[in-house]
Design a protein around this ligand. Structure first.
Ligand code: MD6
Ligand code: FE
Length: 207
């Protein structure tokens, strides 16, 4: 399934540019939109301040990552509908096996929707007990400027363009590296109904 060659972006960060062909991308988007009928995008808020995120989110899988006034955590049900999250698309489970070789399947697929000026500040993914497992990210739709740093917030950063169909893994010495999305480049893709970008991140939570 991984059509492209594997590039090393940093120690522990690998990128397969254009890994998913157009047909696979549009089938995956159709599957995502079917599943979100049961688990609609909602807008999380920051712990403490309650300030709304600029991205909208939902999840697939046994556990979903959520943020609300009381903190960040994994939950088995959608915070608005209270229903269990839909299952992770089979294609993504296969992609996880192929790209990560990790012995256990992912338990969470966080779905981020960027429209208009939405972005994501520098953060670490550290709410998982299974820090030995990488995070796998799939980009769909408009291009994004991804910023990646080191494990201290103040360290140097560099930016990498993520285009539709790109697959990235983030593990080993980079598992706790700071990263974020500076912006999405409008007009670079028409893949997503209504426009914008969808990012899927697959993670193992329990070790
Ligand atoms: C995004 N990605 O691409 C946000 N996290 O929209 C992430 O936050 C991310 O791409 C961990 C590993 C890879 C990622
Ligand atoms: Fe992240």
């Amino acid at each position: 399934m991984l059509r492209a060659s594997k590039l090393t972006v940093a120690d522990g960060v690998f990128l397969w540019p254009g890994a998913l062909d157009m047909k696979t991308q549009s089938d995956l988007v159709a599957e995502i939109f079917r599943k979100i009928e049961d688990a609609p995008f909602y807008r999380p808020v920051m712990p403490g301040s309650g300030k709304a995120f600029s991205v909208e989110e939902t999840n697939f899988g046994p556990l979903g990552w959520i943020s609300d006034r009381s903190g960040y955590r994994y939950e088995p049900a959608h915070p608005v509908t209270k229903r269990p999250w839909p299952s992770i698309p089979k294609l993504l489970l296969n992609l996880w096996d192929e790209a990560t070789g990790y012995a256990a399947p992912p338990e969470c697929c966080l779905v981020n929707l960027y429209r208009g000026p939405a972005k994501m500040g520098l953060h670490q993914d550290r709410d998982e007990a299974a820090l030995g497992a990488p995070v796998l990210s799939v980009s769909l739709g408009e291009e994004a400027v991804f910023r990646i740093g080191v494990t201290s917030r103040k360290g140097p950063t560099r930016s990498v363009k993520l285009a539709s169909g790109d697959v990235l893994t983030f593990g080993g010495p980079a598992r706790l590296a700071y990263h974020g999305i500076d912006r999405v480049v409008a007009g670079t893709s028409r893949l997503i109904p209504g426009g914008g970008r969808i990012n899927l991140t697959l993670r193992r939570i329990t070790s």
